[in-house]
Structure formats: C-alpha cells, structure tokens
Write a protein that binds this ligand. Sequence first.
Ligand code: BG6
Length: 493
Amino acid sequence: NDKKPTSIVVFGGTGDLAKRKLFPAFFNLFLEGWMPDDFELLSLGRTEHTQEEFRAYILENIKAFSRIKNFSEDKWNAFKEKIKFIRFDITQEESFIQLKNQLDYIDTNLGSRANRLFYLSVAPSFIEKVSNSLKKNGLAENVDQDRMIIEKPFGYDKESAVALNTMLAQTFKEEQIYRIDHYLGKENVQNILAFRFGNTIFEPLWNNKYIDSVQITVAETVGVEDRGGYYDGSGALRDMIQNHLMQILCMVAMEAPTEFESTEIRNRKVDVLKSVRRINPEDINHYTVRAQYTQGEVEGQHKRGYLQEPGVNPNSNTETYVAMKFYVDNERWNGVPFYMRTGKSMSEKASSVIISFKEAPCTTFKSTVNTLKPNKLTIDIQPEMDIKLSFMTKKPGLEMQLKPAEMVFDYFECSPDTPEAYETLLLDALDGDSTLFMRSDQVEEAWDVISNIQTAWEKGNVSKMYTYPAGSSGPEAADELLKRQGHYWFTNS
Ligand code: BG6
C-alpha cells in the first residue's frame, strides 16, 4: 500500500492500556491490511524482558482482548517481527539517546526517514519530561512526519490544561498533537454526524422548535476496580463529563460543518462549548447532583462501597456519579435542556443519546392523549449499537386507536464485527487525520464549562454528596433534577 513507513513508539508499552487496547488494535489493523507495509512497534517499559518474552505476552493479550480472534500463525509471526521491546527509564536521558539510535537505525535500513508516531500512555507527571527529552534529542522535529498521541487525563482543571498545552507547544506544533478521547472513535458516536448531516429529514427538526430535551447517559457496571489511586483524585466530573460526555454533546449540538474536515469540524465543536451556559456558583445545586456508590450487588456479584475501595481515602469527597443539566445558549438550542449522567457500579452498562421531541401540536387525537407519546430518537452507543425512532401509528383494528411503534437500525445486524474505537483512532493518527482528536482550545473550553462546578464541589459543604447502592440506577436526587421540568430519565440505568 502507499502508506508511509512508520516507527511507532509506545511509552507505557507494558501498561494496561497497551495490553488491552493498543496492541490488539494495531494487530487488527495489521490483519485487515490497514498498517503501512513498513512499520516497527517499539514498546518501551521499565522492567526487563527478552524479545521472546515480550512477544509472548503480547500474543496472550491479543488472544484475550482482540476483536479478531481467528488468525493464522503466519499472520502472527509476521506481526511479531515488527514488535521490539526496549527497556526504558523515562527519567534517564540515556534511555532517550538509545531510542534515538534505534529510530536512526530504522531510517538507515529503510534508506529514508520514516514517520514517527509517539504514543504517550504514561502518568501525567511524565508528560513534560518525555516532551522535553524528545525535543532535546531532536526526535520529533519533522512537523509533517512526527506525531504524538496523548491519553487523558489532559490536565486537572482549566489552568493545568492551559499549562500543559503551553508546555507541549514548545516541542510540537498543534497539528502534531493528537489528544485522544476514545469515545470519538466509537462507531455510533461518529454515526451522529452521518445521521444528522447525511439525511434530509432529520436536520430540519434538530432545534428548539421540535426538540423538547436531550438525554446523554454513560452508565458503567464497573466500579473503580484497581484504579482507586487515580480515580480518587479525579471523580466522574473530570473522568467522564469533561471529556466523553461533553464530546458527545458537541456532536449532537454542533452546526453543520461546511466539509468533513478536521479544522472545520473542530471549529464547530468549539462553538458549541463556548455556547454552553456556565453554571453560576450559587446555582450549582439546582443544576447538578453528585453521588458515591455504597456497597451493593452488581450483576449478581457483591460489590464494596466506594469508600472501601483500595486506594480510596475512606473520607473521600470524590463523586462516582454525576447527573446534571446544561443549556446551550444559541439560536438553535435556546431553552432545550441537555441532561447528562454518568456513574460507576450501576445496574447495567448502557450508553445512549436520547432526543425527545415535543408533543404533536394538533388536536386531532386530543381524546387519545393518554396514549399519545412524543417522538423519541434513541442512539445507543454501547453495548447495543443502534438508532431507534419511535412514532405513533394506528393500532390495527376497527377502532381508531393509536399506539407507539419503533423503527430500528441495528449496527450488529448489518455489521457484526465493527472496529473498536482505538482501531479507528490509531489509523487516523497514522494517516495524519486529526478530525476525531481534541484540539487544545476544545480541551480548555471543556474544562471551562465545568470549572464553577469543580470549585463549588471542592468546597465540600456547598453541595450534598448523595449515595446510591452499587447495582442501582443512581440516587433519587437525579430524578428530582428532571422532575422539576416535568421530565424523567427514559432509561433506568
Ligand atoms: C475512561 C475512564 O476514559 O473511560 C474510565 O477513565 C471509564 O473511568 C472508561 O471506565 C469508559 O470507557 P468505555 O469505552 O469502557 O465506555
């Protein structure tokens, strides 16, 4: 194929993300012919491994986590030749010099300069060191060829995100930086744009004249598991709302881009974030609910409460659940509430966007008002992947009675084997397409949206910390948040 030869360098190559997501994703791309003909996967880690040990470890994880489980030994043998483990200590300059030698060696063998894709899957405290050392050793100087993917958390608040962006800008140009939000790689999140802008019949209704409210839910059954140390310093607002849910909101609310192109799409998303109404500190309790899970049962398994999780401060004030209401103050969305919620240790794993339309305006079926249900468009992101449109129909029979019906587009039915988010995003980064990655201003603006909430919650005594039993659908206070406006959550995740 015509893809440029590429040296891929994974910092954190022995970490959890690499084993569960990155290597399986590279392997799937390789199996399906998307990787460049010439590539090397340099995996950097602190502990010593022989090449054979490391490759066996990757194979084991591919077997456990890869989307594609049936592959020939020949394919694996060809892939494994591309993997090279390098013992690496980020704090040591010597390690970067070795890396430089390795990259130069690859280029010499190739007879040309390969593209370089650096993947930073390391603790935030190491980002600056890596960035500075890459610069010092001249490893990422070629703006057109060298790229850097950075994992979240991207900062801790607006200030730290700005500082991080400023620091990175000393080594990289903005177009070299790929800030990953893996929700943007999810098939049905991308589909929101196709659905809205690839059809004639939905977009004319996509505004406050016809839409009553929008609900965005990302519910997880997992608790904090072994990530207590990280999570306790973060919480659901930072870990999920600031990035994943806010990005989904942008996809739902953005204006039509003039073309499907990175700058244009990202500009339109930033417009949305700028229009999201900032919640005044004195109104925080009116717009937000935060909660922590207590012990309970999730999918038949006993689960301890958040405060009993390893790595979590027993007096922690960190939320594992957030429900909130946002407004997007622009012409299209004026007055339409966007409800969002996300939580850990919930009754079921379910992420969706639900657009609820206004009631049918005419009086024709006034007498059947009890059965008349407003139209609803559901976009299921995971684990279901579908789009469902509910509408009223005549009930078959002699009388004129109405009942709701549903039209369904089911992804699994048409394509049972859709690529994983990381496959899409890694391929885009290899190809230099940053459309689905976050630009510095997007990240900063998203922090700005939640900034007042962060400050209010940090004061502790301003908002109540509700609780919910693990395996439940969250605190009742989240229902109250909607009830005030005559709304309710459509799903009971
Ligand atoms: C991550 C969060 O970004 O997204 C995790 O840090 C969360 O806390 C995860 O569990 C959810 O991702 P997914 O793809 O499993 O929905």
